[in-house]
Design a binder for this molecule. Structure first.
Ligand code: HEM
Length: 146
């Protein structure tokens, strides 16, 4: 092994130590940062609500909903899910959605609206996907109809 190979080997080991030793909390909060922290998430949620209320596939389901309250709860929840320093004060997802008869297609429609909102807020595509992936496990609590 020559001098350069040795140096390259050391650099590789140092990089892998750095990556694997990054605390989970730091990895989580980097998504919060990537979404633009509190103000970025606030804009994303406001735009998501606009998209939902313009989405013929799901808008009727929100006719009786206090959208101002929903937006506030979504801001808290998205902040928590992205690893930010917030508290979610709303109810449990399964409890909230159990009587609404939500289908998989409706869930996907809302996820699409969120993606459109993030696009409008200029969130990079990779960050959009990471965030959608964090929300995806909620599907089993929200969708109750085949
Ligand atoms: C990832 C997907 C979703 C997330 C993160 C989410 C999140 C939330 C949150 C945080 C609340 C407020 C909870 C509370 O009142 O304490 C809520 C309420 C509600 N959600 Fe969802 N939701 C999702 C999907 C859906 C879908 C697909 C629909 C229908 C198409 C839907 C319809 C509703 C309605 C109608 C309410 C208000 C219920 C009420 O007024 O009491 N949600 N959701």
């Amino acid at each position: 092994m020559n001098k350069y190979q040795t140096l390259a080997g050391i650099a590789l080991i140092a990089t892998s130590i750095l990556v694997t030793s990054t605390p989970v909390s730091a990895q989580e909060s980097s998504l919060y940062d990537a979404l633009g922290q509190e103000s970025g998430i606030s804009r994303i949620v406001d735009e998501t609500v606009v998209q939902i209320l313009n989405d013929a596939r799901i808008k009727t389901g929100f006719k009786e909903t206090n959208m101002k309250r929903l937006a506030q709860l979504l801001k808290e929840q998205f902040c928590v899910v992205a690893g930010g320093p917030c508290k979610y004060s709303g109810d449990d997802m399964a409890l909230v959605h159990e009587k609404l008869g939500i289908t998989s297609a409706q869930f996907n429609a809302l996820a699409e609206d969120l993606q459109t909102a993030m696009e409008k807020c200029q969130v990079p595509f990779a960050v959009q996907n990471k965030f959608i992936a964090r929300l995806a496990p909620m599907k089993r609590d929200i969708v109750t109809v085949k």
